[in-house]
Ligand binder design. Structure first.
Ligand SMILES: Cc1cc2nc3c(=O)[nH]c(=O)nc-3n(C[C@H](O)[C@H](O)[C@H](O)COP(=O)(O)OP(=O)(O)OC[C@H]3O[C@@H](n4cnc5c(N)ncnc54)[C@H](O)[C@@H]3O)c2cc1C
Length: 491
């Protein structure tokens, strides 16, 4: 069995970032990355639908240690993939990746203070050992997207697939396409395919809040022309963080005002009857992630008549297309299900501590980075209300602080132990994919540190500076006859 100080699971944006921070802050630690797929990039390699792009700006979705230097702030998928790949290659991280290793189980032994990790490979199971486990496995299932089966779906004679598995060779020129869904994926696909299809319809059950932003940030590009890359990057990053934070807080404290402002902006993009019929959600702005429309591309496609939006429900499918509950129908050659993701915790791996199953959904999150009763495991989970990487960077910095602190104290085990009663609190966002997965997610409370604050500016201070001696995170020796195993804390 191969042994490492640290194992990172996942070679996406977060896993590559984690390796970079580890190399930078915990010099000399041995590590490897176990990656289920055969490529670096995670999300930005998996998703191949036309127009795949970020829906937040790259000044905040980029790493805090590497400036984003492309001209577009709302970046195309291939550019993000290249950014992650280049980061890995330049730092030599690519050499540490074991591709085709899907982690299925992690088992902690408090007599040795080490994890045994089981990974499935094409040649059977392999095991590894490590002291610290850094889970950077993203938040959704790569194999099983949310793919509801509609009545009569099998009788449809055209092409049908889920957007997460877009067929590479698909020719949609001159075809009639229906995209089911109203989230970021549908809103990205529709204006791009509209350039070639005979017609494309976005079929939504209910509207989503959308806002247009320029794909290219002129102010940022000006700063970049006069300042060194990293200075300009940090400046724009800070501006964007403050702006996003302001809008989110306004939406929470004064939702009616923010809803009205968003509607005003939509009315500048499209006729009032279109806005009223299809763009007035029943929820408040930022109760779900705000959907970005770069350079108004989606609105332009609708205004030009190349695309339309239908708000209705699928009754059933037939040979030619979709019969709707209203009695209308949508005939199609191609139907794309942009119905969303299926959330997944810890990359779908199971965990035990001293032989006792340790399920995430029975535990509170510790600072949104560790789980109560599970030692030596840090997981990366980004923000819902801001770019993922803002939190991924902070989490990896925290993991490095923790590793160094354990070395300093010569204690092989660090475990968050909850010694107070706390009240469950609902998650901040009510998006469908979050609601569907509530029973699998770790618990949140309203009491620090047993919650994920979703507040970058607050986290930046506390995660970097708060003492690790917070009365909750316990540094322990190995289990012996006089020092009990951790199982009792685990379940
Ligand atoms: C289409 C789309 C667009 C998005 N746009 C944005 C955006 O604009 N801004 C934003 O902030 N967020 C966005 N997100 C969220 C996005 O996923 C994150 O920004 C970021 O890419 C997550 O990186 P990650 O490395 O944590 O996870 P992922 O990109 O999901 O990578 C996880 C990696 O872990 C591997 N893995 C998973 N389980 C295992 C296992 N058991 N064993 C081994 N390896 C495993 C996977 O194969 C994958 O390579 C978007 C998500 C999607 C789906």
């Amino acid at each position: 069995m191969e042994s490492f100080d640290v194992l990172i699971v996942g070679a996406g944006l977060s896993g590559i970032g984690a390796a970079w921070h580890l190399q930078d802050k915990c010099k000399g630690k041995s590590y490897a990355i176990l990656e289920a797929r055969d490529a670096i990039g995670g999300t930005w390699d998996l998703f191949r639908y036309p127009g795949i792009r970020s829906d937040s700006d790259m000044f905040t979705l980029g790493y805090n240690f590497r400036p984003w230097t492309e001209s577009k702030a709302i970046a195309d998928g291939p550019d993000i993939r290249r950014y992650v790949n280049e980061t890995a290659r330049e730092a030599g991280i690519d050499k540490k990746i074991r591709f085709g290793h899907k982690v299925s189980h992690a088992s902690f032994d408090s007599h040795t203070g080490r994890w045994t990790i089981t990974a499935r490979t094409a040649d059977g199971e392999r095991t590894f050992s490590c002291g610290m486990l850094l889970m950077a496995a993203g938040y959704y299932s790569y194999d099983n997207p949310y793919n509801p089966h509609f009545e009569g779906e099998d009788s449809f004679k055209g092409t049908i697939f889920h957007a997460q598995h877009w067929p590479e060779q698909l020719d949609y020129s001159g075809k009639r396409m229906v995209v089911i869904g109203s989230g970021a994926t549908a809103v990205t696909i529709v204006p791009v395919v509209a350039q070639k299809t005979a017609h494309v319809t976005m079929l939504q059950r209910s509207p989503t809040w959308m806002v247009s932003r320029p794909a290219t940030d002129k102010v940022a590009n000006f700063f970049r022309s006069v300042l060194p890359d990293m200075w300009a990057y940090n400046l724009i990053r800070f501006r964007n963080v403050v702006m996003q934070n302001f809008v989110f807080k306004q939406a929470r404290t004064n939702p009616a005002k923010v809803n009205a402002r968003m509607t005003e902006m939509l009315l500048k993009e499209m006729p009032a009857e279109t806005v009223n019929a299809h763009f007035q959600p029943s929820y408040n702005v930022w109760d779900q992630r705000l959907c970005l429309v770069p350079d108004s591309d989606f609105f332009k496609a609708v205004n030009a008549g190349k695309a339309d939006v239908v708000t209705d429900h699928v009754d059933h499918f037939d040979e030619k297309g979709i019969a709707l509950k209203s009695g209308k129908r949508l005939d199609a050659d191609i139907i794309v299900k942009a119905t969303g993701l299926r959330l997944q915790v810890l990359g779908g791996a199971t965990v035990d501590v001293d032989g006792q199953a340790a399920t995430p959904n029975s535990r509170y999150v510790y600072r949104g980075m560790m789980l109560e009763g599970i030692p030596n495991l840090v997981y990366v989970f980004g923000y819902f209300n801001a770019s993922w990487t803002l939190r991924a960077d902070l989490t990896c910095e925290f993991a490095c602080r923790l590793i160094n602190e354990m070395d300093k104290r010569k204690t092989p085990i660090a475990i968050p132990v909850r010694n107070i009663d706390v009240q469950d609190e609902e998650l901040l966002l009510n998006s469908g994919y979050v609601q569907r997965a509530l029973d699998t997610l770790p618990r949140q409370s309203s009491t620090d540190p047993w919650r994920d604050t979703q507040d970058y500016l607050r986290d930046r201070k506390s995660i970097r500076n708060d003492s690790l001696d917070d009365g909750t995170l316990q540094f322990r020796p190995l289990a012996t006859a006089s020092s009990p195993v951790l199982a009792e804390a685990a379940e």
